[in-house]
Design a protein around this ligand. Sequence first.
Ligand SMILES: NCCCC(=O)N[C@@H](Cc1c[nH]cn1)C(=O)O
Ligand SMILES: [Zn+2]
Ligand SMILES: [Zn+2]
Length: 484
Amino acid sequence: MFSSPSPPPAPLEKVFQYIDLHQDEFVQMLKEWVAIESDSVQPMPHFRQELFRMMAVAADMLQRLGAHVASVDMGSQQLPDGQSLPIPPVILAELGNDSTKATVCFYGHLDVQPADRADGWLMDPYMLTEVDGKLYGRGATDNKGPVLAWINAVSAFRALEQDLPVNIKFIIEGMEEAGSVALEELMEKEKDRFFSGVDYIVISDNLWISQRKPAITYGTRGNSYFTVEVKCRDQDFHSGTFGGILHEPMADLVALLGSLVDSSGHILVPGIYDEVAPVTEEEINTYKAIDLDLEEYRNSSQVAKFLFDTKEEILMHLWRYPSLSIHGIEGAFDEPGAKTVIPGRVIGKFSIRLVPHMNVSMVEKQVTRHLEDVFSKRNSSNEMVVSMALGLHPWIANINNTHYIAAKRAIRTVFGTDPDMIRDGSTIPIAKMFQEIVHKSVVMIPLGAVDDGEHSQNEKINRWNYIEGTKVFAAFFFEMAQLH
Ligand SMILES: NCCCC(=O)N[C@@H](Cc1c[nH]cn1)C(=O)O
Ligand SMILES: [Zn+2]
Ligand SMILES: [Zn+2]
C-alpha cells in the first residue's frame, strides 16, 4: 500500500533522527502523564486534584521548553447535586513571535475518561504498559499521546538548536471529557487577544479509519441530545396493586422511543432530512478512495452485520447522514431479579447526530412536535416533558486551505503515502467554536489507529503511531513555513 518514504528534506533529517533516538524518553514521558489520574468525568475531589496536577506538569514542561505560559483560572463547576468543584486551569502558551512566520495553534486536552481495572482492563489503566509495540493506558491516545507528540516535535527542534519554522501557540484544557466546561467563554474573551495572531488551528483528538493508513479529518457531526420525561407520580407502584388500571409511564416512554427510528436506521421524525446536504458524485468518489477494509472493520467491531453493505454507504451513514441513537432510561428497573415494580417516573435519553446543513433549533422543534404528536395519540394521563440537553453543531472545513496542503505533504514525507481524507461521525465541539467564535480554520491530524479504543477498556496508542506522529508534526511545521 505504501511506497517507502523518500528521505526527508535536509532540515528535517536531523530532527527525524533525534526523534528516533529519543523515542524511549518520549514513551517514558507518556508513562508519567498516563500515571496521573486526570479523570474529569467523575466529580470527586481526588480526580480534581489529579487534574490540577496534570495541568501543572504540562505547564511546567512547556515553560522548560521556553514557552511563555499562562494558566488561566476557570472558576468552578456547579454540579446538579449542589456540589461545587474547581475547574482545572486552561493552559495558553506561546513559543516564538516572529511576524514573518506563520502562527499555528494546537488544541489538546489532558483529562481522560474514567478507567477502572475491574471494568475489564488487562492491566492497571494508569500504568502505561507496552505489549507488542502497543502502549496501553488511559489517555494514551485520547489525548495525552497526541499532545505530547506535538510537544516532542517542538522539543526536537529546540534540542538541536534549530530555528522553529513556525510560531507555536497551545491551548490545552482539562475538562474536554466533561463537555469543555467554561471553554466557550474563555474563547470569547481571548478571540482578540491570545488568538488574534493565530493563522491556523490543529487538533489531534480523533483516530484514523484504518490500522495502518494515516488520515486527515475535515468534518465532524454535531449532536442534539434529548431527554423525554414521562411522569405519573414521583414514587413507584406495585404492579399487583396498580397494574391494569394505570397509564404506565414506561409503556408511554417505550412507545415514544419506538417511534423515533425504524429497523433500517431511518429516522422517523418528520422533516428531519429536509436540510441534509444533497450527495454529489464528486463526494461519492472521495469515499471510494478511502482505504477501508469492511470485513476487518466489522470483525474488529465484533458486529455480526452492519445496516449497510458497501463501504460508500457505511461511510456516508457515519459521516454525512444523521443518525439517531437511544442511550438509556433513567428510573427504569435495570437490576437482576424479577422485581414487580411499575416505575412512577422515567426519563428516556436519545440523541441525533447532525450533519451539514441541519440546524440545531429546527431539529429541537421537529423532535418536540413529533413526540407531542405520538404522545397525544396515546390519550395518556401522564405528563410528558421533552428537553434538548445539548445542541452541538456539525463542523466541516475547506480542504484546500494551506494547512491541509501542509498536513498532506507532512504525512507523505513520513509515511510515503497520501492520507485518507476522512470525516468523523462523532463530535469535537471545539472545532466549530474555533470556526464561529475565533474565525480560524481547523485541520484535524489524528495520530491514533482505528483500533485504539478511545473511551473503552484497554485504550492504547501504538509506539509506531506515537513516534511517526511526532515526525508528522515536525514535518508539518516545516511544510507550513514553506507554504507561508
Ligand atoms: N474521536 C473524538 C471523539 C470525541 C467525543 O467522543 N465527543 C463526544 C462529544 C459529545 C457529543 N455529545 C455529547 N458529547 C461525542 O460523543 O461525540
Ligand atoms: Zn479526546
Ligand atoms: Zn475522549
